[in-house]
Design a protein around this ligand. Sequence first.
Ligand code: CMC
Length: 430
Amino acid sequence: METISLKDDQKEFSLPVVTGTENEKGIDISTLRSETGYITLDPGYGNTGSCQSSITYIDGEKGILRYRGIPIEELALNSNFIEVADLLIWGSLATREMGERFTNMLTDNALLHESLKHHFEGFPFDAHPMAMLSAMVNALSCYHPVLTKPHNPKEIEKAAAILISKIRTIAAFSYKMSRGEPFIYPKARYSYAENLLHMMFSLPHEHYEVHPEIKRAIDIILILHADHEQNCSTSTVRMVASSGANLFASISAGIAALWGPLHGGANQAVIEMLEKIHSGNLGVKKCIEMAKDKESGFRLMGFGHRVYKNFDPRAQILKELSAKVFDVLKHKDPLLDIARELEDVALRDPYFVERKLYPNIDFYSGIIFRAVGVPTNMYPVFFAIGRLPGWIAHWREATATNRLQIARPRQIYTGPAKQSYIPVDQRSHT
Ligand code: CMC
């Protein structure tokens, strides 16, 4: 067995090395503290593997992303979101019969319980749809108590169908709430993406016709978002699951984590940044200068990634897809030109080149959503719908053991040393 040795003044310790399928190496430090008294310190967990996982492989240096071994480019070209969800959750591509069965289960579970629908009325009209989504997914657990901790395959399949189908209905209903429009129910014969757009954009008196290419584009976007190994929201799902919390609660926490602008909220932040440039409140040059200035607190949104130190393969696919969508819709958007200009300038700027900062998935997804008419605050919701199969797959992987181990990092304490309590009348603050 390969080992790594660690030495302090007194002793040498040997730590085992774990090797992954693609020869990734990790030092197993699970006995480090008990044997040496030391812990490791890694804020942001950039060098910490929290688990072994067989779901998704990323090589950030080479720009590779594979779900269950299959390259993302092949899935985007040949597969569909539901098949990808199946693949992520169960580990292999479904047969035709299995695929049809799961699709039928999604159709059967597309409606929300009538009393769950009333929860929407408790939100103000301008509530952010991510807040509603997180709350409603958690509330969904109350309607399916038997499935909150699904463990056998039948229960997992049912819980996955409920979540994947109903998250789309919840998302569309949140949008309808924000517009003050009546809810539109799903149609059984529609595909997944088509139903989402139908429930969002159809009106009782006016049917929204979805162009086949747009349906396909949204499906591809969902595929590209479906998993990304131990990102912030997925790690959150796994961490919450590690306490024994139920599937719905764990996913709800994942949605909350995804909402942040450094994660799934970045697609919304990118468009807001491009709109600022377009309105003349921020020039491209100024934007790049601000991103380089650490004091500004500003980052070039949609750029950089913890893992990719090369092109994000998802961004490459989306860049091409955006051109196709614009073509189909005969759409023109000055924000697309601004995005291309920003990308061009950034990719030639030594600051971005030296730090290996490239456009990520969020750089072009918003441009496509915008062309389709999706409002900005719904972009992270689409991200969440896409990421859901990955969260379910990780919840399943993390809980598929009889010995659940709670995730509980340690810390290096830097506060005051021991001191005595001072009664209030003896305190003075100088
Ligand atoms: N603009 C300007 N500088 C940046 C950016 C950026 N977008 N991203 C990273 N840097 C700098 C950073 O300041 C640091 O500089 P220095 O070495 O001088 O201190 C260096 O590049 C390394 O960055 P980092 O902060 O160590 O990178 P990280 O792995 O901690 O953060 C990130 C990754 C995605 C949070 C970050 O790149 C970022 O904030 N990007 C903008 C937000 C964004 O687009 N998020 C979506 C991520 S992809 C989809 C998803 O996973 O949700």
